[in-house]
Design a binder for this molecule. Structure first.
Ligand SMILES: Nc1ncnc2c1ncn2[C@@H]1O[C@H](COP(=O)(O)OP(=O)(O)OP(=O)(O)O)[C@@H](O)[C@H]1O
Ligand SMILES: [Mg+2]
Length: 422
């Protein structure tokens, strides 16, 4: 029996994706409609034509309503862009109860005190994620509720974003007559669908290389310790090919997808490809040159990723890197990233991040097409929506549900103070 519905929208620079799902009483998820459209009015995660973007979102929501057969009033929406700012902070309170038992209020006060650290001008908090609780100097505690102690500390990871940017996103959804239940940073959404709990614990660099942005999140001890967004993605590769070969972007994109590889060393042999520039003008190019262009740009992106994480203590302890997003579909990208990081002394295993459809969440009648890095963010949004629902229901159910509730309550910060944006 159906318990609730979830509607999610991922505004990317190339595609806007939307997904409707129903949650049943056992908290299983079933996708009921998926719709996508070309993203108009957004480039490198920045709104460049507000009206065009509003129109795209409004239309997509209408399509999703038709396909799913229900009216859409609330959505979970992804957010990204170069104005994302992450920081780590600490909160500390005295436990209030005379019996020294930590209550939800104590946790909430500790988190609020961590949130009170000054933010850069014009920024607004969208996520406060408790990473660890410390009771009377003893750290590593994930959920302190009910435990005994006098002093409670919490280490949190905070994501904030330009208020004006967020304001524009809110307006887009107002125009479409839907309420945004939560804005979720695209990097976190992807992490929810592609990473296992072990990967989040042992030290993982997660990169989502889309078309116009690259989200970076470093996970350690079960949660994020660093998040950032680079205003660059696979479109930069396409424009490099178009510029070097002096061909239209559409042809460059086709050549990239059909013949591209992350490195020319991976080519079995150098082949000639013919591109019809006009009806009667065909030009010949070599796949080796194509792959050299791709490799140079990917290495530049990897260099930017490394620059942003190199000073973190966690970088030295990374055990894994996971690459997802549309550009991760480039053959050989995991090999290139591994080689690149190794050349800088970072030894990790590298894997492709695809939505894990056999994890703790049970997806009913799921199609195999979703096991694709293109869907990491949108599926992660649905999972975030489900956790949000579980957190707000405050249910105690099967061991699996209890396990999920326990773990994700900390992420959703439901008991420990209301998350901004909810
Ligand atoms: N098979 C492939 N090989 C190489 N690149 C690919 C492949 N398939 C898709 N891409 C690239 O992936 C990018 C689109 O990725 P994605 O759909 O994740 O972006 P987006 O979510 O719309 O944008 P963003 O997240 O950057 O705002 C495009 O640049 C596209 O060329
Ligand atoms: Mg994306």
């Amino acid at each position: 029996m159906e318990l609730d519905k979830l509607n999610c929208i991922d505004i990317g620079s190339n595609k806007i994706r939307s997904l409707s799902a129903v949650i049943d009483k056992e908290y299983n998820l079933e996708f009921t409609a998926y719709c996508e459209c070309e993203a108009r009015g957004i480039k490198k995660g920045k709104i460049i034509d507000f009206e065009a973007l509003c129109y795209s979102v409004e239309n997509l929501i209408e399509q999703l309503e038709k396909k799913s057969g229900h009216e859409i009033k609330k959505v979970f929406a992804s957010i990204s862009g170069g104005n994302i700012y992450s920081s780590n902070s600490q909160g500390r309170v005295k436990v209030a109860s005379p019996f020294k038992e930590i209550s939800a209020e104590d946790v909430s006060r500790a988190i609020n005190s961590a949130k009170s650290a000054p933010l850069p001008n014009g920024k607004e908090i969208i996520h406060v994620i408790p990473r660890e609780f410390v009771i009377d100097g003893n750290g590593g505690i994930r959920d302190p509720h009910g435990m005994a102690g006098e002093n409670l500390e919490v280490n949190v990871h905070i994501i904030s974003i330009d208020s004006m940017f967020l304001q524009n996103y809110r307006k887009i959804f107002e125009r479409a007559n839907v309420e945004v239940k939560d804005f979720v940073f695209q990097g976190f959404a992807s992490g929810e669908s592609i990473l296992t709990e072990d990967e989040k614990s042992f030290g993982t660099l997660q990169v989502n290389i889309g078309s116009g942005t690259t989200e970076i999140v470093v996970y350690k001890n079960g949660g994020p310790v660093f998040s950032s967004v680079l205003p660059i993605g696979g479109d930069a590769i396409t424009s490099d090919i178009a510029q070097v070969w002096k061909i239209p972007s559409e042809d460059a994109e086709k050549a990239k997808i059909s013949y591209g590889m992350a490195s020319s060393e991976l080519l079995e042999k150098n082949e000639t490809i013919e591109i019809s520039v006009t009806d009667d003008l065909h030009e010949k190019f070599e796949t080796k040159e194509l792959c050299d262009i791709i490799e140079a740009r990917l290495e530049e992106i990897f260099g930017m990723i490394y620059e942003s994480i190199k000073s973190l203590p966690e970088t030295k302890e990374l055990t894994m890197a996971v690459v997802t997003g549309g550009t991760s579909r480039m053959p050989g990208i995991t090999l290139l990233l591994k080689r690149f990081l190794e050349s800088l002394g970072v030894k990790v295993s590298v894997k492709l991040g695809v939505p894990n459809l056999s994890g703790p969440i049970h997806f009913k009648k799921i199609e195999d097409k979703y096991k694709n890095p293109l869907y990491s963010t949108i599926i992660g949004l649905v999972i975030t929506g489900l956790y949000n629902k579980i957190g707000s229901d405050d249910i105690i159910g099967s061991p699996l549900i209890t396990k999920i509730v326990d773990y994700f309550r900390s992420i959703l910060n439901k008991r420990g103070g209301k998350k901004s944006g909810l």
